[in-house]
Design a protein around this ligand. Sequence first.
Ligand code: ATP
Ligand code: MG
Length: 325
Amino acid sequence: MPRLSAITPSGPAHLGNYLGAVRRWAREGAPGDLYFVSDLHGMTGAYHPQRLRHRTRELLALLVASGIDPDRVFVQSDLLPQLGPLTWVLECTCSFGEAARMTQFKEKSATRELVETPVRVGLFTYPVLMAADILLQGADEVPVGEDQAQHVELARALARRFNSTFGDALVVPRAVTPPAAARVRDLSDPARKMDKSAVDAAGVLFVMDEPDLLRRKVRRAVTDGLGRVEYRPAEQPGVANLLEVLAACTGRDVREIAEGFSSYGRLKEAVAEAVVEELRPVRERTRELLDDQPELDRVRRRGAELASERGAHRLSTVLRLAGVG
Ligand code: ATP
Ligand code: MG
């Protein structure tokens, strides 16, 4: 039962991506699970080509450095020769109204129209590309947060429709909700989650940040004026976030941790050291891989080969049944 998960190079990976996704993939993933860097999804808004390429490499290196089986990791754009045709077939299976119902598009296009260049058709059609990602690999489970569940439902509907209209070719996937993980919040604004595409990086702990920068960011984390270290997420979101980060890094219980501190200063010191130690080996291995270009290229090529082998038969069946190719 392959599960498929992705991370978009919309910015450098942060502690939330690591604790909430990458570290879990490495620790809890089943042998058949697949992971990819969704660089094509990083093109749906204004973006910088070199930066996209660099971040894609960095995320690929991070996934492998974190301990995920390199044979299970690939870069989305390496599958363009297969994703292109499958996306087209699926676009011709998807109704306009169905695509127009995607709430993420409605939200993102509304904000982008205010701050950015025109909204791109790619932002509108990317859920269909996402369906192609899923259906090409024959994934039956797609672990996603609430924001992506609707897109997996679309993939599910398209697979069913294709199968019933043209013949059985596609595995019908379903969205699965991963067990609740710590949602790491932005250190300068605990009302928001830590985010790759945050405009202000002051509250975002990046995996590749040097230890001193991590320490500085933690020291400046927003707390409150209550001066009590207690785990009360609603009343003390900043402090609760720090406690959760410490808990996630040390494997200890949040409330127990809270009892051990009487000042915010001490708590921050402990959080900073725990984060530095948690990220140090990953950052170092990622750096090593990034510096070893032939090795990283080899990993990337091999991942692409295996992923396209997995999809090749399915794609040719789809094209044949659809009457093309
Ligand atoms: P973007 O702003 O581009 O959406 P992001 O930081 O939300 O970036 P994604 O690529 O959307 O990152 O998500 C990659 C993985 O990281 C997903 O599994 C997501 O659930 C997880 N993730 C993202 N942000 C956090 C966070 N703050 N805490 C825990 N997990 C997170
Ligand atoms: Mg996101």
